[in-house]
Design a binder for this molecule. Structure first.
Ligand code: FAQ
Length: 327
């Protein structure tokens, strides 16, 4: 499947707007201006954005786990410091994104509840295990690489707070991707065992990374509307193809093979054709049946419960400060 099919049909907008309001909103989008929190927006625009931003925020927070698993086992002090900084950045990205969701009227505590009880999703990629140190390289190179390809266009998203959050997030993701590439480069130029470890990690992370871009265009329920409202600027398949095109020359520099015998340059389009993605695996992971889904949610639930005293202390401190200022 190369995803050249038609987009799923545009869903009708709910009748929650006056014609004048809708026209002003559509004009702002047409003029490539941003919609800001106090502007009027259709309910479906708000809900669609909230869905995507919340899923994105949850992905950053759950995404801390696969790499957090290796902080205590990093092979040197330098690698450990870099990995800790990266995982902290991911917490920061989650925090910006929850703040962006709050500008749409969401309550952060509700969002966390919806993640923990499975009502809201997070990216499929974080349900795969990190088995060796080389996985830190593959995550940085491929997962952050895919995140950049997906998120750079989001810096031009029509919703201002999300677009602005993406500017800083993308700068940090670039550093993350570079450090992953450097880990793999070191391993692939090391001993035979290190090379094999790097290749094994790339073999395991390649296909799940392609799945990060979401279902093929003809099965993507949200893309058409989302692109019309300039939330998404490119379709899932377009971005997936762009990612493959970016990885092929980088894999050559690394001296690693991408695990796809059908990967081939199409001279006419200048793009790489790639083999079929296992969409059954993707949907199983999205439904909660991936290798680590239960573990990831259980860990998040426990961390949330164990952090209750911090939230209570912060709220008590804020109340005390407010009382002091008011007095
Ligand atoms: N996993 O109609 P579409 C990171 C769901 S990067 C799970 O095509 P849409 C950085 C989708 O929600 C990862 N579910 O949806 C990092 C929908 O279900 P719903 C996060 C998926 O929104 C790096 C249904 O399938 N990045 O965290 C996935 O138009 C390293 C139909 O799909 C973002 O979230 C998936 N992969 O397009 C952190 C970027 N794909 O909601 C740590 C922002 C689709 O109706 C370490 N998000 N679904 O129940 C987006 O760009 C879009 O939301 C897409 C999906 C492209 C992900």
């Amino acid at each position: 499947m190369h995803g050249n099919g038609d987009m799923a049909e545009v869903r009708p907008i709910r009748g929650d707007e006056s014609p004048a309001q809708l026209e002003a909103f559509e004009q702002t989008i047409a003029d490539d201006q941003t919609i800001e929190p106090r502007d009027w927006m259709p309910v479906a625009y708000r809900e669609g954005l909230l869905r995507q931003i919340a899923q994105h925020a949850h992905s950053e927070i759950i995404g801390m786990q696969p790499e957090g698993n290796w902080i205590t086992r990093a092979p040197s002090l330098r690698r450990k410091a870099i990995l800790m900084a990266k995982v902290q950045d991911e917490a920061g990205h989650g925090a910006y994104l929850y703040s962006a969701a709050e500008t749409l009227g969401a309550d952060r505590a509700d969002l966390v509840e919806m993640l923990i009880d499975g009502r809201q999703k997070y990216s499929s990629i974080f349900n795969y295990p990190t088995l060796t140190w080389a996985d830190m390289g593959a995550i940085g190179w491929l997962v952050d690489g895919a995140a950049i390809v997906n998120q750079v266009p989001l810096t031009r998203c029509s919703y201002g707070p999300y677009a602005r959050a993406m500017v800083r997030v993308c700068k940090e993701e670039s550093f993350h991707q570079r450090q992953g590439f450097e880990i793999l480069h070191t391993l692939s130029h090391g001993t035979e065992g290190q090379q094999a470890m790097a290749q094994d990690a790339v073999d395991r992370w390649w296909w799940p990374s392609l799945m990060m871009f979401g279902p093929p265009d003809d099965e993507s329920v949200h893309s058409a509307q989302s692109m019309r409202w300039k939330v998404k600027r490119f379709s899932n398949d377009e971005l997936r193809r762009r990612f493959v095109g970016m990885c092929v020359p980088q894999a050559e520099i690394l001296g690693l093979t991408l695990p796809d015998p059908e990967l081939q340059l199409d001279e006419e389009s200048g793009e790489y054709r790639f083999g079929p993605i296992d969409w059954d695996e993707f949907w199983e992971v999205v439904k909660g049946n991936g290798p680590c889904n239960r573990r990831r949610i259980e860990h998040r639930r426990r961390a949330h419960e164990e952090g209750a005293w911090v939230r209570e202390a912060a709220a008590a401190y804020a109340a005390k400060r407010e009382a002091t200022v008011a007095a």
